[in-house]
Design a protein around this ligand. Sequence first.
Ligand SMILES: C[S@@+](CC[C@H](N)C(=O)[O-])C[C@H]1O[C@@H](n2cnc3c(N)ncnc32)[C@H](O)[C@@H]1O
Length: 323
Amino acid sequence: METDINNEIHQECTTKEIFQKETKQSSDDSTKDVATPSKPLSKKQMKRMEKAKKLGVNKLIRRKREKLQKKVKRKLAEEEGIVTERTGISRKELKRMKDNQIPSDVSVAIDLSFDGFMSGKDLNSCVSQLLRVYSSNRRAIRPFPLHFTSLRKGSEMYKAMDHHEGWQNWNIIWHEESYLDFFDKSKLIYLTSESDNVLDSLEPGAVYVIGGLVDHNHHKNLCNEIALKHNIRTARLPLSEHLVIKSRTVLTINQCFDIILGISEGKTWQQVLMEALPARKKIQLKDDVKTQTNKEKSSVENLEKVENILDKNEKLNESIKNT
Ligand SMILES: C[S@@+](CC[C@H](N)C(=O)[O-])C[C@H]1O[C@@H](n2cnc3c(N)ncnc32)[C@H](O)[C@@H]1O
């Protein structure tokens, strides 16, 4: 195995050397070209050209080196029986996943009408959460038709989105209008931690609305009030039903999205909640706590039994001594 890797490095190095030689050669050639009277270039332009060429070549070499290092590391880990996890999904894998995706019959709309309720920093956090939402949906087996609504050109949210080049090409449906303008009201269900209804399962054909708001709890009940004002159904995620947690726990946009995405893919509430919520929150499943207390109870009972046996033994020994 090691010889294989060494050979590969050797081969890659030779390729690299050839590559370097070739690029040097072409750079020399191009300098010659530049020097011909038919293409008169200023000194400044020539310098700029050289610099750009060098930068490009260095970038290519660096990428090649990094790729090779990763490959060697993975092979060595495989040799030692260590299971390595890829940090990202390759384009090829993404393409394969896309081909196997079956769109969900449930839609999700992210309500982006909260410009005035967020600081610049919160707007940026909101956009990063939207990026996560998009990324989860891209990788899903059953992606939701995903709508970004009330995303008006020129709004602060639109400007914040515009920091991410190419977002207009994402596989989302974005609207300047509100979700109220194009969805059947009877299909809408606004997800909000303040709702009195608990979400049990996803309703086929329904459109779940998530508030595109990062507010650090400064605008409690805002989404619930909006939904009630417009006579839209509401639901909260069943957190307190499955977790040892406060009944009104407010999650981020992407956590909320990942949870319903998991449910649409057939996972259980316990599974999706444990996957979506960060371990640092020290969240425990209610079932686990029950088993733990049962275990503690039975170990106390066992201890009592042992103590009883010891007592009986002691008494027996004493009575033997006395006879
Ligand atoms: C950070 S929260 C915004 C909190 C905001 N104060 C409000 O009025 O909803 C972002 C969105 O995630 C969804 N969300 C968060 N926690 C939820 C929960 N426990 N149940 C249902 N939806 C939740 C809601 O759609 C919410 O608008």
